[in-house]
Design a protein around this ligand. Structure first.
Ligand code: FAD
Ligand code: UDP
Length: 371
């Protein structure tokens, strides 16, 4: 039997490799980086000892029990609830927008019902079906909160006017008229005790899987029965039709003694502050954060992704969507190659969705191979 090649040792590649290897397939997993886990990679910072999320903070959350059971099979998940704060014009508020935020922002002490009708009085109720980010903001929270918390942050994050972005980006965030400040609505949420890389390494730990790090797919000169490609779709085709647009991130480290900001994530929506947020990584591991005397935080700056940068967020505006369709037509003609993951399908995918899709792709492949 010829081998299967899996490009990328992130969650997409690792989960597919595991499913196929358990059914007797020999899998070669290659990744050009020196580590597995892709953008979810975690490692201990040598100076402080803190577990750092190298490519930005990752919080695991899902409503998919299958995915929750899957991740728990490969590592211990510790209780963790994402509670985000935002500094707006020198005041600290609670995120996502909840009753505390609303009362604080307007200097009031309203009940849930009072706050709801107060915000409805400010909201642009004439916008029937919001299509853009801006319409979504104005329709649900009104101009004051929209300008304070969303307009500046979003311009910095995406580099375009919020009126050019789809409403779906803002729909990711809840709006609550109670004091629940959990950033997510999902029933399952947690952080891996030993980091994400340990989990991915456990997924890849199977006798039928060979992992080759520091290896570019383009350099391989072997025959494979099938290829699962979780690298960038446009890169596979040598960027022949042009580059799909991404935002990249720069992380500026801040080192301090003790506790730098007292919480894991502080957003900075103000337009005159160049970064979007500061993440202090020891607070992502509350079960061990007391062990460290030093701390490390990162200021996060977003900018357009150049050819040598790491692609983080796909920009799906009209231009990119048209180019994507042309690449997808090519991809469909590619025999024995399946494009997967956030880069292979050019989509923003959370980890749980990534794992669920990878399980589905592997299942489909196994079913078709049996026929
Ligand atoms: P990746 O993790 O990108 O893995 C792809 C791998 O392929 C990489 O390691 C790359 O080196 C390798 N590769 C690519 N091309 C080649 C090639 N030609 N040859 C060899 N190797 C190659 N999700 C959440 O659920 N919660 C969060 O809080 C969260 N926070 C996020 C924060 C940020 C800043 C970002 C950008 C994403 C966040 N995500 C979060 C999403 C999460 O990062 C993705 O779900 C996950 O990384 C997708 O895994 P993947 O395997 O598809 O891709
Ligand atoms: N957002 C914002 N202000 C905030 C937090 C989020 O304007 O304080 C916007 C921003 O455009 C972001 C989107 O809401 O891209 C979705 O937020 P989320 O926390 O899901 O951002 P991501 O995980 O993409 O960084």
């Amino acid at each position: 039997m010829k081998r299967i090649c899996i490009v990328g040792a992130g969650f997409s590649g690792a989960v597919i490799a595991r499913s196929l290897s358990e059914e007797g397939y020999e899998c070669l997993v290659v990744d050009e980086r020196q580590h597995s886990a892709g953008n979810c990679h975690t490692e201990r910072d040598a100076e402080s000892g803190v577990m750092v999320h190298k490519y930005g903070p990752h919080i695991f959350h899902t409503n998919d029990e299958r995915v929750w059971n899957y991740i728990n099979r490969f590592g211990e998940m510790m209780p963790y609830v994402n509670r985000v704060k935002a500094t707006v014009k020198g005041q600290v508020y609670s995120m996502p927008i909840n009753l505390h935020t609303i009362n604080q922002f307007f200097g009031k002490s309203m009940s849930p019902a009072e706050a709801k009708s107060f915000i409805e009085g400010k909201a642009r109720m004439d916008i029937q079906e919001p299509e853009t980010f801006e319409e979504q903001g104005l329709r649900f929270v009104g101009d004051d909160i929209y300008q304070g918390f969303f307009a500046g942050y979003t311009r910095k994050q995406w580099g375009v006017e919020p009126s050019q972005l789809p409403a779906s980006i803002l729909k990711r965030l809840p709006l609550r008229f109670n004091y629940d400040d959990n950033y997510f609505n999902h029933p399952y949420q947690g952080m891996p005790r030993h980091g994400y890389t340990a989990i991915v390494e456990n997924i890849l730990d199977h006798e039928n899987i060979e992992v080759r790090l520091d290896t570019k797919y383009e350099r391989l000169n072997e025959e494979f029965e099938h290829i699962f490609y979780s690298g960038p779709l446009d890169r596979y085709f040598n960027y022949e039709l042009g580059r799909l647009g991404y935002r990249t991130l720069d992380f500026e480290p801040v080192r301090a003694e003790g506790d730098y900001q007292g919480t894991a994530v502080m957003n900075y929506p103000d337009a005159d502050i160049p970064f979007t947020r500061i993440a202090e990584h020891k607070h992502f591991a509350p079960w061990e954060s007391g062990n460290f005397t030093k701390t490390i935080a990162f200021r996060e700056y977003s900018r357009s992704c150049g050819p040598d940068d790491i692609p983080y967020y796909p920009i799906r505006l009209v231009e990119e969507t048209q180019l994507l369709e042309r690449y997808q037509e090519r991809a469909a003609k590619e025999k024995n190659v399946t494009f997967v993951g956030r880069l292979g399908t050019y989509q923003y995918l959370d980890m749980d969705i990534t794992i669920g899709l990878a399980l589905d792709v592997a299942e489909k492949y196994l079913a078709s191979a049996k026929q």
